[in-house]
Design a protein around this ligand. Sequence first.
Ligand code: ADP
Ligand code: ADP
Length: 236
Amino acid sequence: MLRLDKLTRRFGDTTAVHAASLDIPDGQMVGIIGRSGAGKSTLLRLLNRLVDPSEGHITYGDTDVAALKGRELRAWRSDCAMIFQQFNLVGRLDVLTNVLTGRLHEMPPWRAMAQVFTPRERAFAIRALDRLGMAHTALQRAETLSGGQQQRVAIARALVQEPRILLADEPIASLDPLNARIVMDALRDINRRDGITVICNLHTLDTARQYCDRIIGMQAGRIVFDGTPDLLTTQM
Ligand code: ADP
Ligand code: ADP
């Protein structure tokens, strides 16, 4: 279980996240909704420590996430894989290499620099791509793929980290409806079959309703709704 206790993050005069308290059990699929600037992205970044809290606590089981440093912090970051609206692949590198970079944090720096990967690591990455229906693109440059294909590769890159939690920051905001559905179906499949907790920021309520077990609504840094999709339907 991931527990946020009165988590606050300020940027100067702006309170991006204000006293957020949440318990997220393992295996849940959570959608965070709210307008641009509501604090959704900051909340996700707090969870994997891309951003540090100003106040409050984050714990996962017995681990005090906000206190992690060095190697333990790197291990936590690989426990929480993240995907982004703009996919963040390295366009001129091939798809397989992009996926393999998901494991770079575990490698000695010289191997990461030289991009020397073992056959086992390659096989693992191909399996992750195959699961997303993307194995046939392994040797293509990432920049030659469509947006929906790039996001599936980004999910494969997240999977090779063997995460416990997958954080998705507006994963479908740049995609057309068909690709949005393919990507959301893939996230739900990962959640259901692998039991990985999925926490995704979404800009449309309909998508959250359709895919998530639980919806968290944010407004001006505060959590203003936390419940199941059916509850949201009756209240709004
Ligand atoms: P979103 O699409 O989630 O609203 P933004 O465009 O607000 O994202 O932010 C993109 C990036 O810029 C993020 O890394 C965010 O932390 C950073 N950022 C957002 N607002 C500011 C700001 N006022 N000053 C500096 N950086 C910002
Ligand atoms: P959302 O993801 O819901 O669009 P964000 O978490 O990106 O919201 O932003 C929440 C608020 O915090 C916004 O007012 C944004 O400008 C501000 N903010 C986010 N990141 C930064 C940053 N790095 N520096 C300054 N302000 C930021």
